[in-house]
Design a binder for this molecule. Structure first.
Ligand code: 5GP
Ligand code: MN
Length: 324
């Protein structure tokens, strides 16, 4: 951590990026880090490849997150947040890799240590927890309401509202401090969980209809195609959280959600290109399963992308189910 503090003090232009299809932790961490560096009068660019899900559009300074990057030769440092591997940034990862110093801050167990400086804490409930600790170490303000809201939202969402197994003592301790700094938990919850479009509810219906259970009952599988998104007028962000229904089924050890990737306009990125999300009840290490397909994540929540047919993916998953 000291190394990062010293390096950032001497940096001038810093790009802060997180993974494509960002969640609350990725977005909250990027904003908190960016706003904190403002205090040090650093030039910063906040970057994410994907549109920001509407649930997070209330976050302060969210409009500063750009989807294009300027020439990389203006940056001396890149801070990569919540990315288990470098490619998770998305299509600009080869461009960002040319920046002289890459700082990798993350909490995923499968993190590849791709940075010149790495700050990986797998016991942290969220990357936002590590950012909080970093800001304390740098004596930067965490009682600023904008920074506090971003950190609070990162921890709230990555712990599934303090329900998931990564929920630790710090989750409560930090969130308490953020509330003391002025964060209104009800207001954040209303934005993040309070409102669903009718389309999302219809998508939920389709997701529930799609559930298949392996013969031994230990694996549940949900499937979402781009035509389902088109029919309900929903976006990939609306898929977030649906897998928890498959996970909560009695006796299920591993839940799988297969979703067809599209560019948001209903057109496939590539034909037969899917993202597979995996969740476990704690008895199976799904990061290892995702890893065997080139992905990664946490023991209980992981994922990977694959080019294959739907039936092929299902067969491969059901072969894993037999061993559970
Ligand atoms: P989900 O698959 O539900 O989007 O993500 C679950 C967890 O797995 C997250 O912590 C996410 O960062 C990780 N994850 C998802 N897809 C990938 C992937 O393709 N590669 C890696 N390394 N991690 C992934
Ligand atoms: Mn995270």
């Amino acid at each position: 951590m000291k190394k990062i503090v010293n390096h950032l003090k001497n940096s001038n232009h810093i790009i802060i990026a997180s993974h494509a299809n960002p969640d609350g932790d990725a977005i909250g961490s990027v904003i908190a880090m960016g706003l904190a560096l403002d205090v040090l009068n650093k030039n910063t660019t906040l970057y994410n490849e994907s549109p920001i899900p509407s649930a997070y559009s209330f976050l302060p300074s969210v409009e500063r997150i750009e989807r294009q990057i300027k020439e990389t030769n203006i940056y001396d440092t890149a801070i990569i947040l919540d990315c288990a591997d470098f490619q998770r940034i998305g299509k600009v990862s080869p461009v960002i890799s040319q920046i002289p110093v890459i700082i990798n801050i993350d909490h995923h167990i499968t993190n590849t240590g791709f940075g010149n400086i790495n700050l990986i804490d797998t016991s942290a409930c969220a990357t936002a927890e590590i950012i909080y600790n970093l800001l304390i170490e740098m004596a930067l303000p965490i009682n600023n309401i904008a920074i506090a809201t971003s950190i609070y939202t990162g921890i709230l969402t990555d712990t599934g509202s303090f329900r998931f197994s990564n929920t630790n003592k710090s989750a409560f301790a930090i969130c308490e401090k953020m509330v003391e700094a002025g964060v209104d938990p009800y207001n954040v919850a209303q934005h993040v969980y309070g409102r669903y479009s009718l389309g999302r509810i219809k998508l939920l219906n389709m997701a529930l209809e799609s559930i298949e259970i392996s013969n031994n009952g230990k694996m549940s599988m949900m499937t979402l195609t781009k035509s389902m998104l088109d029919e309900t007028g929903t976006q990939p962000e609306d898929i977030d959280g649906l897998i928890n229904y498959a996970k909560s089924i009695e006796n299920v050890k591993v839940a799988v959600l297969i979703h067809e990737l599209s560019n948001g306009k209903g057109i496939s990125v590539k034909p037969n290109h899917y993202h597979v999300s995996l969740r476990s009840n704690g008895t199976v290490d799904v990061a290892a399963i995702a890893g065997s397909f080139g992905g990664g994540g946490h023991n209980k929540a992981a994922g990977f992308s694959i080019e294959s047919t739907l039936s092929n993916i299902k067969t491969q998953m059901l072969n894993i189910a037999v061993e559970l």
